[in-house]
Design a binder for this molecule. Sequence first.
Ligand code: ATP
Ligand code: RIB
Length: 312
Amino acid sequence: MKKKLCVLGSINVDHIIRVPYFPKAGETLTGYDYQIAYGGKGANQAVAAARLGADVQFIGAIGEDQIGQAMKSAFEQDGIDTSPISIIPKQSTGLAMIQVADSGENSIVISAGANGELSSDLVAQHQSVIEQADMLLMQLESPLQAVELAAQIAKKSATKVVLNPAPAQPLPESLLSLLDMITPNETEAEILTGVKVTDERSAKQAAEKFHQVGIETVMITLGSKGVYVSQQIEDKIQGQIIAGFRVNAVDTTAAGDTFNGGVVTGLLEGKTLDESIRFAHAAAALSVTRMGAQTAIPTRQETDQFLLEKQQ
Ligand code: ATP
Ligand code: RIB
């Protein structure tokens, strides 16, 4: 039987505009290619996992609006079980204003809306979803108390806990010590460990700090350079860089989300850590060649085909 993934996280409607460069304070700039797309770190990771083949249940929250309902329906089209998504009365669905520069980099401002009301009470209502899952995947666009409670429930029921600590913020050891796997990017790793990640040596130092609080698997994503992965088994630590794929990046929004969805899907299928990372790199590489968040996330078939072409 297929293993189950529970994703807990945010749902945002993304308002995306392309800009030649990021404007300075006080500057007015003309952008282009404005579009509305479905996003939110939780939703993107749930969609990535589902399109890549995982059995996904999604704990999240939308507002009392039409766009929230439309996104929920789209998740169902992707095969996600949306029954743990709550509608928050008198709230609007989360929103992100995203500028994408011609360099491919992005700059994001968020209004949490309903995501800010994903309370501990709501998590408790969906306790059985977490308990019955094999893995729980979370991020930090949801209230920290809810994230910590979900991790505690998971830990008690032997559900593996994976945290993508994005957007960056300091975290208490009470939460970090509940994690089986953490997947920060370089900025997030620095905020959580105090180590500036610039090369393999500093990535190793940052990973060791995570191991010291009891996290077994650390993946520090390095953008186009790939990922530094480190595993602690008993008192032995093994780490290495696994390079990503070279592609022509047009928009990196949700690259990290696609990577996270991909890596957990691989692990749940029984792939090794290295195989899961290669699979996730392929999916994330495809995502950066396209605009938007969920619009950019590839299917399993596209990802397998990409990997096949790279082997030739
Ligand atoms: P974002 O916030 O842009 O979604 P992130 O900062 O969380 O991303 P990154 O470290 O930038 O995460 O990237 C995550 C993964 O996405 C990388 O490990 C790699 O697999 C893939 N990736 C990112 N940028 C590129 C790129 N330019 N070319 C190929 N793959 C990329
Ligand atoms: O990680 C990308 C996501 O961050 C976007 O979809 C946006 O909604 C923000 O949450």
